[in-house]
Design a protein around this ligand. Structure first.
Ligand SMILES: Nc1ncnc2c1ncn2[C@@H]1O[C@H](COP(=O)(O)OP(=O)(O)OP(=O)(O)O)[C@@H](O)[C@H]1O
Length: 324
């Protein structure tokens, strides 16, 4: 019997390098990773880390200086545009014809994708309903709010139910309801169609809730690619929550802790009347930290630890105060 050929990954990036003219470093530096079909992957990085550049390389909008990209085994920058049609994209700014209606814009986008309106209409009606935009269908696009435009970008990306969605901050500027609508819609697509999603966001919590794995990049380099839980456990350190005896001592406590201890960085923040102290090996470092604090006459009421989150891991890995 012939052996079954394994399905190619939805995304395969190998040694990708991109440097823009005038830059002193690569915007994307030797990135290599695979994304399995059907996975929902978060792409996390500080401003300027190279996320948009990477998404453009994956869509074939920009070509790499070195390295290669394969989408379902094929080159997205290849001729014919077939691969590009397999990708639904939300860019940070996606232009619409402002003087045409919502539906007319979607009709044009469907035609560009080579879809008959009859084929696309079902998706459009469902998506407009899911985003509460049914009543806006015949409104001119310039009358939409920023959040409604963002939703429209996502609906446009869904036309033809592409097997891969590349979304650059799809929930930027959306209110809490809108963000949850995006989560539900992407979850449904994955369940019903096995859609693969690469999802950039600065809302670490939404990636933690919705993504199987998170790809963290910093200054164009891949820092980690793992599940949110694994990252939180490995890099979140422990987070101690310390409540001073007197609420008036909170700021003094913050000042006394400083930003380093034992020559290593600490992240200190005030949350709900307690001082949150995070850093590697917090449990073993805390006693000497608290001794320093009590010597200054600041009384401590309670000390608790909380489970580290993906955000703690992210700050530990790429935060401005990490050990470089
Ligand atoms: N067309 C361009 N010409 C020159 N430099 C560019 C260009 N586009 C991006 N860059 C630079 O490349 C680096 C990566 O930018 P990119 O937009 O990919 O980052 P990002 O992670 O998407 O950032 P953000 O979170 O702020 O959107 C930045 O230093 C940016 O200034």
């Amino acid at each position: 019997m012939p052996e079954a050929v394994p399905a190619p990954p939805a995304i395969r990036a190998r040694d990708l390098v991109k440097r823009y003219r005038g830059m002193e470093r690569d915007a994307v530096h030797q990135l290599s990773f695979d994304v399995e079909q059907g996975a929902v992957i978060g792409l996390l990085g500080a401003n300027g880390a190279g996320k948009t550049t990477l998404t453009k390389l994956l869509c074939g909008v920009t070509t790499p200086d070195r390295g290669s990209v394969r989408i379902f085994g094929a080159d997205p920058a290849g001729r014919g545009g077939l691969v590009k049609r397999a990708i639904g994209v939300v860019h940070q700014s996606g232009p619409f014809d402002m003087m045409l209606s919502v539906l007319d814009n979607l009709r044009i986008a469907a035609a560009f994708k080579g879809l008959r309106w009859r084929e696309a209409q079902g998706t459009v009606t469902d998506a407009l309903g899911a985003f509460g935009l049914e009543k806006k269908a015949s409104q001119l696009v310039f009358t939409l709010s920023g959040g409604e435009l963002r939703r429209l970008q996502l609906i446009r990306a869904l036309l033809g139910t592409p097997p891969l969605l590349i979304l650059d901050e799809p929930s930027a500027g959306l209110d809490v309801t809108g963000r949850r609508q995006v989560w539900t819609m992407l979850g449904d697509l994955r369940r019903r169609h096995g859609t693969t999603v690469l999802w950039t966001s600065h809302y670490v919590e939404e990636l933690e809730r919705n993504c199987r794995q998170v790809l963290i990049i910093d200054a164009g380099r891949l820092v980690e690619f793992a599940s949110p839980r694994a990252l939180a456990e490995r890099f979140g350190g422990q987070v101690a929550l310390v409540r001073p005896l007197s609420a008036g001592d909170t700021e003094r406590l913050v000042g006394a802790l400083g930003t380093r201890h034992d020559g290593r960085p600490l992240r200190v923040a005030v949350s709900d009347g307690r001082v949150e102290i995070a850093g590697r090996d917090m449990r073993s470092r805390l006693p000497s930290l608290l001794t320093r604090v009590t010597e200054l006459g600041i009384g401590i009421d309670t000390v608790e630890y909380r489970t580290p989150s993906l955000e703690d891991a992210f700050l530990e890995l790429v935060g401005a105060d990490r050990d470089r």
